[in-house]
Design a protein around this ligand. Sequence first.
Ligand SMILES: Nc1ncnc2c1ncn2[C@@H]1O[C@H](COP(=O)(O)OP(=O)(O)OP(=O)(O)O)[C@@H](O)[C@H]1O
Length: 318
Amino acid sequence: MTTGSTAIELAGVSKWYGRLPSGHSALDSIDLSVEAGSVFGMIGPNGAGKTTTMRLLLDIIRPSAGSIRVLGSEPKSGGPELRRRIGYLPGELRLEGRVTGRSLLQHYARISGPVAPGAIDGLAERLGVELDRPVRTLSKGNKQKLGLVQAFMHRPPLLVLDEPTSGLDPLVQREFLAMVREARDAGQTVFLSSHILSEIQQVADSVAILRAGRIVTVSSVEGLRQSAVRRVRAGFADATPGAVEVALAGIPNLSDLVVKVSGRAAGGVTDITATVGGDIDAFVKAIAAFTIVDLAIEEPDLEESVLKMYGAEARAER
Ligand SMILES: Nc1ncnc2c1ncn2[C@@H]1O[C@H](COP(=O)(O)OP(=O)(O)OP(=O)(O)O)[C@@H](O)[C@H]1O
């Protein structure tokens, strides 16, 4: 793995469609840096700007403002030389015609540069796609698999994959994630987008959350987990509800507190449920003052945290 170098660098990149900056802005001053040899995921709801970002990297469209570097070159001056070093899976893959998957891939291989003998068949077998059928007769998922073979087959230093798992069944998705990990282990950089956090969180080293053309946050998956919201539940044998409320009152990241008494009046248990955002330490230390008879701290729900971040950003815009 090439550490320290940067595979993708975006500085102040904006893209608006139409001529004026006041026109519809698909990207609004994005800064992004992707370390070479890492897997970087971009997630965001429909229309967030994921496809726009990827097309800028491939010089399919050009930025309205800001600068972009991909593998050390500007996309607009990198030409075919740079293009060959990128394996690209477009978001809307159209494969039509009588040509077979094999001939189509061989055609792409002539453009992309050397493909190791057996690489096409090996990838097709892993993903489970037939190469000798006319592409127009393939299902959406099987076309997507051909697109993936095309992106991976020449082992490019950079893979740019727009919604790579869309249309794939769960077993094939798992195979794809294994291919991504292997690519990283071989020193390749993988930049992929999704609107589903769970699949990105399985492979990505870092995640950028995009919403309405802006980056809400860039974080490691571990960082995301640490800042995520967790549900907690506890039961105390020797505490009144009032005492528990007082003990927990000063914890800034604790919310949705519900305190109840269960069991018989004498010797009853005070139960609480709450949510803790991020660091769990203050909560654990506060309850340690009581006799704990029940304690559950759920795995953080990253999906929920991310949705909260979308919401927070939407509120900040108003
Ligand atoms: N050619 C275009 N002309 C005008 N607006 C466009 C054009 N292409 C994209 N947009 C707008 O730019 C914004 C970002 O779109 P983009 O396709 O990058 O989003 P996305 O995050 O990939 O979404 P999805 O998950 O739906 O694919 C959207 O509001 C979209 O309507």
